[in-house]
Design a protein around this ligand. Structure first.
Ligand code: FAD
Length: 453
């Protein structure tokens, strides 16, 4: 395990560090889950601080330019031109605010379901609005590097800033880092994919100066590459003139004119090995390989795809997009069977209709959940070890394939909302997260528009 080369636990004398601030709640990470958790906590009157290592929120959706808000609509083989939305609450609130700012497309076909493409610049401004509107205190350019704790009880975080290290005290901590950084730095158990093999990263890019109508005439309305495109990719790769390791790719039109968003690359090590981006050497290799591969796919599109002849790469993700790193070991785990059997739970706090979309091996595997959804139980957000801490987002406790469904953006907004509701109960009633009833969380979420029943 590469992480064994690094110290996960604090090696600092935390008492020697200056106290920056003491708050009710601190949220580590400003991705979809963190923005939702912090906004909803502050709306309930708790003094809330959000810490984000970049200068903007959005995480995988913005820095990783994931591009679309997946997980809102049912999948179906019924011939319908109308998407059926089944996920509401904060995800729907954020969707509506993005749309009102002109930063969202109408639903587009994605295989047997639908998705909406967002503008990453509008996404981060929308997040700013939600956070500041709710009164959340924000520290950008601040990284969580340690945990304040007495035994198993979390008391706050240690952060690194441009001015040095400092302590933040908090009554509850929400680990929304995507990577379970807080749980890991506390030294508690996490898992990584299937026996350490995780889903491939992807560097997403945008292509400007495209004749989108001609492109759609060739490609079709479905954003997943049709058979004739897969064949063209195979032929181009086999010709030796391009390096195109992934043959099933997704392309979306965006809310901007003459632009496409391209989810095509499949990032492996130069020797073909799966990368583990919790290891900085692998993470660096992923960035280098990704930049090269973006140019290869852009060249293929320009040379071989109608409408793209005069195109150019106008943007890439700030970083290679990370689908999966650590998952916590929770008091409950989302099992693969929960997903494929579309199980509902009395303590279900988030709905998910998204397919298992597993980016591993030669082609992404997509397993549709037709005409139904499953629910994610509350206990998947509660780490098995540790008090005053809850996770929100893609680091929830889940089996490998289940996570390949449960990790998408609409659900991450939902986990953040659920974590905030549970944290409100912990703060008001001086109780432990593990003693909060998932059924009560569900009822409170319903009262706040989640539409779970
Ligand atoms: C290539 C790719 C394509 C995808 N495509 C789609 C798609 O089309 N539609 C969709 O809905 N989903 C898609 N996803 C999934 C989705 O984007 C993510 O799963 C989701 O955004 C995760 O949200 P999160 O809040 O859990 O975590 P993240 O988005 O990872 O957010 C974590 C945040 O915490 C910050 N952070 C991390 N560690 C620290 C630290 N130690 N200190 C301070 N800050 C920290 C990060 O900078 C980040 O802002 C895609 C993901 C990838 C990688």
């Amino acid at each position: 395990m590469p992480e064994d080369r690094y110290a996960s636990r604090n090696v600092l004398d935390e008492h020697a560090l200056p106290l920056l601030v003491a708050v009710d709640a601190v949220v580590a990470g400003g991705g979809a889950a963190g923005v939702s958790a912090a906004t909803n906590l502050a709306r309930k009157g708790h003094r809330t601080l959000l810490i984000e290592r970049y200068g903007f929120c959005g995480g995988g959706a913005v820095a990783g330019m994931s591009g679309t808000v997946c997980g809102l609509f049912l999948s179906s083989e019924r011939h319908t031109n109308r998407p059926e939305q089944v996920v509401f609450g904060f995800a729907d609130e954020f969707r509506a605010r993005l749309a009102s700012r002109g930063g969202l497309t109408e639903p587009q076909r994605y295989g047997k379901t639908w998705t909406v493409t967002h503008d990453p610049l509008v996404w981060r401004e929308t997040a700013d609005d939600f956070l500041t509107g709710a009164g959340v205190e924000i520290l950008f350019h601040t990284q969580v590097v340690g945990v304040l704790r007495d035994g198993d009880t979390v008391r706050g975080l240690i952060v690194d800033t441009k001015s040095g290290l400092a302590r933040i005290e908090a009554r509850v901590v929400v680990d929304a880092s995507g990577d379970a950084d807080v749980v890991h730095r506390a030294g508690w158990a996490t898992t990584r994919g299937r026996n350490g093999v995780m889903q491939n990263p992807t560097m997403i890019f945008r292509l400007g100066n495209v004749d989108v109508d001609r492109f759609l005439g060739y490609w079709g309305e479905n954003t997943i590459s049709p058979e004739h495109v897969v064949e063209a990719l195979i032929a181009a790769d086999n010709s030796g003139r391009y390096q195109l390791p992934r043959k099933k790719i997704w392309i979306f039109s965006t809310s901007r004119p003459n632009e496409l968003l391209v989810n095509a690359t499949r990032i492996l090590g130069r020797d073909g090995r799966d990368l583990d981006v919790t290891d900085p050497a692998d993470h660096t290799e992923a960035e280098l390989v990704a930049r090269h591969q973006v140019r290869e796919y852009a060249r293929f599109l320009k040379d071989r795809v109608p409408g793209c002849e005069d195109s150019f790469v106008n943007d890439t993700g700030v970083e290679v997009g990370i689908r999966q790193t650590r998952s916590v070991v929770g008091v409950k785990r989302l099992e693969n069977a929960d997903v494929v059997e579309r199980r509902k739970h009395r303590d279900g706090v988030v709905r998910c209709p998204w397919p298992i979309e597993l980016h591993s091996g030669a082609k992404p595997r997509v397993e549709w959940l037709l005409d139904d959804f499953y629910e994610i139980p509350y206990g998947t957000l509660v780490p098995e070890t540790g008090e005053n801490i809850i996770v929100a987002g893609r680091c929830l406790s889940a089996e490998h394939e289940a996570l390949a469904s449960a990790r998408v953006t609409a659900q991450c907004f939902g986990y953040g909302h659920a974590a905030a509701v549970a944290a409100d109960m912990v703060l008001r009633n001086a109780m432990r997260f593990r003693d909060v009833s998932g059924e009560d969380v569900r009822a409170a979420l319903n009262a706040e528009g989640a539409g779970l029943d």
